[in-house]
Design a protein around this ligand. Structure first.
Ligand SMILES: [Zn+2]
Length: 90
């Protein structure tokens, strides 16, 4: 029996390492726009986060999300991203 290696990523909120597909990817595209990537196929610089508003808030509070994406994130955009993360968590 063959064992498939599961790609692991670290949540920027709680710093837990989990299988990539259990995490939400937030991507900064080449134009600098941010997207919540449901497919995992968008290109650009990405940050991974658990599908949880708590992890999102922790990542924002520690400035880890901005650091991971190398871009400041305004309050309106943060709110929009948070809503997307929360929607995916259900
Ligand atoms: Zn997390």
């Amino acid at each position: 029996m063959k064992q498939r290696k599961v790609p692991m990523r670290t949540c920027v909120g709680c710093r837990t390492t989990r299988p990539k597909r259990e995490l939400i990817r937030i991507v900064r595209d080449p134009q600098g726009e941010l997207h919540v990537d449901g497919t995992g196929k968008l290109s650009g610089r990405g940050a991974y986060i658990c599908p949880s508003a708590e992890c999102f808030d922790a990542a924002v509070k520690g400035k880890r999300l901005e650091k991971a994406l190398e871009r400041p994130i305004g309050p309106d955009l943060l709110e929009a991203l948070r809503e997307r993360v929360q929607a995916l968590s259900q």
